[in-house]
Write a protein that binds this ligand. Structure first.
Ligand code: GLU
Length: 475
């Protein structure tokens, strides 16, 4: 019998969808698609104090923008509380979990004493039942937590899909809290029986959702032994784990909110295309030979969980911009026009999404890394630029002014097409025995406010004639 491959991404809605999470979502998605399996979205919202609806929406929107479609979900852990309570009760009955009445003050004291003795700190198992052991009397007025009775010795080993074999001794880890009493957040009857902690809820969910492969950030490596032990205590099949290294910022430190944008939506706003983001993110921890640019279909075809990088990748804004530029070049002009219209709208500039806008995108897209840059070009058509006095003095010289005036005159009546404008330019050059740059530079400067543009006839023909005449009036 072959098992269906099932993967998931399980973001916590305590902030936006982080780039690192987007990358593991991509790997999980591609792995499931590669094997004809299923990809699931689960929202891990048990951190009630920090989870927000706004983050949930941003996560869903980012997934949609990236095109990472899921077959099941979004599931919400806070809607599954009854199930966690049921499993906790089974574990208590089986002796693999137990109540612990330690107060925070007691735990602090325990830690201090361990430190003073030079021991490793951790829960000392004082409420853990054992044959012949007499447990303390539960204190009045304290709500207990439930702890997992972690195996006291032995080694947990797994063959990580990314990092290879990993072993962690059970002596390194203590009896983890799996259920905490709810605070007084007014979360309803289900919550009053307690809120599961991450390491427990994740196991129950991955078990119930028949997840076969878990890709996630390597900050979770130290949690994995607990999780594997819980699977075993439940008699559940342990999925395969692949822990991806963190992404470093271009300063070599962990990519974080304080160091540049790390949310997927910020890149959408900054004019990146989702397929470029996916392509770039994919390459940040995985490779297929020397291929730098590939489609999503190619990635699905190639991504089999091998060739994953073991060490952290560095975020490289210049490389991302290069990848994005390649995708913008290939992008459909009508699509770009829609994106540029949105970018301009953000700036309060309303433009019609018409054939002219499409033609402007086609003309300028080859020189843009983002749709923000493309919008900068298009905006030239809508707001008259102000050339600096210096540049004006440099390019709009006395020698060229007669030719500029003559050109303006020709432009009042020529065919208003690229060829018509080209002919007007040519005739003016011949008449004034000038070379193209001598005339094209001041025309660009006066009309566009800059001297570097695509071919000037193409640029001018996309203006309304009156606008060009008005910008050339003042010479
Ligand atoms: N909610 C966890 C996180 O966002 C999920 C980790 C996991 O994939 O197991 O880090």
């Amino acid at each position: 019998m072959t098992t269906t491959i099932r993967t998931r991404i399980a973001p916590s809605p305590t902030g936006f969808l982080h780039l690192g999470t987007a990358r593991t979502a991509l790997y999980s998605w591609a792995y499931a698609r590669h094997h004809g399996g299923q990809f699931i979205l689960r929202i891990e919202d048990t951190d009630v104090a920090r989870s927000t609806q706004e983050s949930v929406e941003q996560i869903l929107q980012s997934m949609q923008w990236l095109g990472l479609d899921y077959d099941e979900g979004p599931m919400y852990q806070m809607q599954r509380l009854q199930r966690y309570h049921e499993v906790v009760q089974q574990m208590i009955a089986a002796g693999t979990a137990y109540y612990c009445w330690c107060t925070p003050a007691e735990l602090d004291e325990m830690r201090e004493q361990q430190k003073a003795r030079g021991e490793k700190t951790g829960y000392d198992g004082r409420w853990r039942p054992a044959p012949g052991k007499v447990l303390p009397t539960p204190p009045a007025g304290v709500k207990p937590v439930v702890r997992f009775a972690n195996p006291a010795n032995g080694v947990v080993t797994w063959n990580d899909l990314v990092k290879g074999p990993i072993s962690i001794s059970n002596e390194e880890i203590d009896d983890l809290i799996i259920l905490r009493p709810a605070g007084d957040e007014g979360l309803g009857a289900d919550a009053s029986l307690g809120i599961p902690t991450y390491n427990f809820a994740v196991v129950v969910d991955d078990w119930d959702m028949r997840i076969t492969h878990v890709f996630r950030g390597d900050e979770h490596i130290n949690n994995t032994p607990w999780q594997i032990n819980i699977y075993r205590a439940l008699g559940a099949a342990v999925p395969q784990f692949g822990h991806c290294p963190i992404i470093l910022g271009d300063d070599g430190l962990k990519l974080s909110k304080r160091r540049g944008a790390v949310s997927v939506t910020a890149y959408e706003e900054s004019g990146y295309l989702p397929e470029a983001m996916l392509n770039y993110l994919a390459r940040l921890g995985w490779s297929h030979g020397d291929d730098e640019l590939f489609t999503q279909d190619q990635m699905v075809q190639w991504f089999d969980g091998t060739h994953m990088a073991k060490s952290p990748a560095q975020w490289d804004p210049a490389k991302l911009a290069w990848v994005n530029a390649q995708y913008i070049k290939q992008a459909d002009d009508v699509r770009l026009a829609g994106l540029v219209q949105q970018q301009l709208q953000r700036r309060g500039v309303q433009v019609a999404n018409d054939a002219t806008l499409v033609a402007q995108c086609a003309l300028f897209k080859d020189r843009c890394s983002t749709t923000v840059e493309l919008a900068d070009w298009v905006q030239l058509y809508h707001a008259a630029p102000l050339p600096s006095a210096e540049e004006r003095a440099q390019h709009v010289t006395d020698a060229v002014v007669p030719a500029l005036r003559a050109l303006r005159e020709r432009l009042t009546s020529c065919d208003w097409t690229k060829d018509g404008v080209a002919a007007a330019l040519k005739q003016t050059l011949a008449e004034h025995t000038l070379k193209m740059p001598a005339l094209a530079m001041p025309v660009r400067l006066l009309v566009c406010g800059r001297v570097q543009t695509p071919s000037v006839d193409a640029v001018l023909a996309l203006f309304a004639r009156e606008e060009v005449l008005s910008r050339l009036r003042d010479v």
